[in-house]
Design a protein around this ligand. Structure first.
Ligand code: TYM
Length: 346
């Protein structure tokens, strides 16, 4: 993608380690859950050390009311735990408690090229015609994201499709650092973008991504929605008049239908093909209530548990502080070595 120079890198020397993060900017959506958190839970295994972060430094690249930011940070932390992230098995913390993220981020601001940043499609989408007025942080954001990942020498980063370009940039930054300083220090991180729900779409327009910032609340499922609201939103989701086909190919030009099939598959841990086999020929009068029931069965317990956890902020504070301590134990020596490589006196 970029003009970074390839360096030879011995990947086997890096501990298999997962890192990923979610911004506390507004509430969690079903897109965050299926595209990210549910997959984080799956990767919480003996095979990997897993590190999951509430990336509050990223959130403030656009304006956040301080009270709302605090609340959203607790909500994301509660969402992680209620979905099955175990703070004993995984390291769970909020980014601003580990100052090494910002420090390595600065180093990477000096490694990444302006031309690389100019190619970031998410910046272009977010800044739109307003690019002169957005914060410098929003522009530099992908370089901080590279720091989040490489600060732990993370080898695998599970994300939704929209973050792919940022993880590729992370690889470019690692390669350029390794090349410029003639070291084999940062790994070539793999993006892990798998499963049927890497891009969950808006329930009112199947060509747009489901996001926390969409205009209408009916276009997304929030992880704090209760059972009635979840069912109502799926029953009112936009569809077309046709029944479900008997092969996936038949959904090619039917984005709303395809999205609901993918959501069903992801919620029920099955493939979209298997959903089509089960519901071939079914009309929406049958499929939508089945999807609504499934979603309520899977999501309502999470939203109830999130609600409970969010009333226990002292406990969340304790979990995040302990996670930050464990994160620093990994991050600090890596940052120190990076400083030595660069030539800082300490
Ligand atoms: P954020 O906070 O926008 O989203 C968090 C995660 O949720 C995924 N996601 C989706 N997946 C499927 N369908 C959707 N509609 C959908 N919406 C969101 C995102 O792909 C992401 O995996 N830059 C990141 C946060 C970040 C990060 C990192 C991630 C900061 N540092 C280091 C990984 C590693 C972001 O803004 O995600």
């Amino acid at each position: 993608m970029t003009d970074a120079v390839q360096t030879q890198n011995d990947q086997s020397k890096f501990t298999p380690r997962v890192f990923s993060g979610i911004k506390p900017s507004g509430g969690l959506t079903l897109g965050n859950y299926l595209g990210a958190i549910k997959r984080f839970v799956d990767m919480q295994s003996a095979e990997f050390q897993s590190i999951y972060c509430v990336v509050d430094l990223h959130a403030i690249t656009v304006w956040q009311n301080p009270t709302d930011l605090r609340q959203a940070t607790y909500e994301v932390a509660a969402g992680y735990i209620a979905s099955g992230i175990d703070p004993e098995k995984s390291i769970l913390f909020n980014q601003s408690q580990v100052s090494q993220h910002a420090e390595l981020g600065w180093l990477f601001n000096c490694v990444a090229r302006v031309g690389w940043m100019n190619r970031m499609t998410q910046f272009k989408d977010k800044a739109g015609s307003n690019a002169e007025k957005v914060s410098l942080g929003l522009y530099a954001y992908p370089s901080l994201m590279a720091a989040d990942i490489l600060l732990y020498h993370a080898t695998h980063v599970p994300v939704g499709e929209d973050q792919k370009q940022h993880v590729e940039l992370t690889r470019d930054i690692a390669q350029k650092f390794n090349h410029d300083y003639k070291v084999d220090f940062f790994p070539e991180t793999q993006p892990v973008i798998e499963g049927p729900a890497t891009r969950v779409m808006n329930l009112r327009d199947g060509t747009k991504k489901m996001s926390k910032s969409g205009e209408s609340d009916m276009e997304r499922i929030n992880m704090t929605d209760d059972a009635d609201l979840i069912a109502k939103k799926f029953k009112k989701a936009k569809t077309d008049p046709e029944a479900l086909p008997d092969t996936l190919d038949g959904l090619k030009d039917r984005p709303e239908a395809r999205n609901l099939v993918d959501i069903y598959a992801a919620l029920n841990d099955m493939t979209p093909e298997a959903v089509i086999t089960e519901y071939a020929g079914a009309g929406w009068g049958r499929f939508k209530p089945a999807l609504a029931d499934l979603a309520v069965a899977k999501l309502a317990p999470i939203s109830t548990e999130m609600g409970r956890l969010m009333t226990e902020t002292a406990e969340l504070d304790r979990i995040l502080a302990r996670g930050a301590e464990r994160a620093r134990e990994i991050a600090e020596p890596i940052l120190k070595e990076a400083y030595d490589i660069v030539g800082f006196v300490r």
